[in-house]
Design a protein around this ligand. Sequence first.
Ligand code: KG4
Ligand code: ZN
Length: 333
Amino acid sequence: MDILAIESSCDETAAAVVRDGREIRSNIISSQIEIHRLYGGVVPEIASRKHIEVINQIIDEALSQAGTTLRDIDAICVTYGPGLVGALLVGVGAAKALAYAADKPLVGVHHIEGHISANYLVYPELEPPFLSLVASGGHSHLVIVRDYGEYEVIGRTRDDAAGEAFDKVARAIDLGYPGGPKIDKLAAEGDPHAIEFPRAVIDEAPYDFSFSGLKSAVLNFLNGCRMKGEEINRADVAASFQEAVVDVLTDHTMAAAAQYGIDKVAIAGGVACNSGLRERMKEKCEAEGHEFFLPPPILCTDNAAMIGAAGYYEYKKGVRHGLELNAVPALPL
Ligand code: KG4
Ligand code: ZN
């Protein structure tokens, strides 16, 4: 079964053709990063306009690279939330128009469900149940995947998402947007133990995350240095900040795997590109005897192939949406 999948929840316009939820036949991504970089972050109105400009081309390219046509597609899947409402509406509108015109079933997909499902595209043997850490620009979740499309969220962020913290700290040390990849690169040159930044633990909710205290600690450290006229070693700041985030994400995930008795652990979302996190999770999973699953970076950041994977299992469960499908910016998992 071939699915045409569309994703436009933030600043990537993406379309893909995915076979049976597991095989990528094409995966086209048009990133708007260069435009938003000028403003230091994603400007929602610009994101929507850029999606409109390129979405038809991206869909055509996904179909032609897969060697197929709309006529041979079995269903159309699209991200309908969470995300920026104007951005989501472009993908949802395109998907509805195609589904109507070609008389194909339409399935709306949850963006986070997409991130989690990226691992299905890489590991044919991966089946639920498993534990997934989802860390992106908008979300930090610890999720038990009980079955296909069946999720138990056991931890979430109380304030900033992990990727958001990376982006804000990067801005504070003048690295520009998006900050995650830049901090990752600079951290390799710094000492991760140079500065002891805080690791937040929430007593009554041990799997929840909080990164705003860490972000403030970095900003206070930088202000302190500036006031004392001390030179700032940006590589040490990047490495020490990254170390704190990696510690928290990894510790929470490993503690949850132990408490819930789950021996398959996956990571997903843009922050799963982080080399420190990938390495540490691999080490810890090996030490604890857990099987570890991680997508290649291109499937960690936003893409439509992951939406095709998630959408396939939704379709198989009988989920169908009508033309009343709307964008839901705060769609819960
Ligand atoms: O999943 P994603 O593409 O979009 C959302 O759904 O939010 O994630 C984007 C986030 C950004 O905050 C970006 O800075 C972060 O992922 N990111 C990274 C790395 N690559 C991307 N964070 C840390 N290290 C990286 N190498
Ligand atoms: Zn995402």
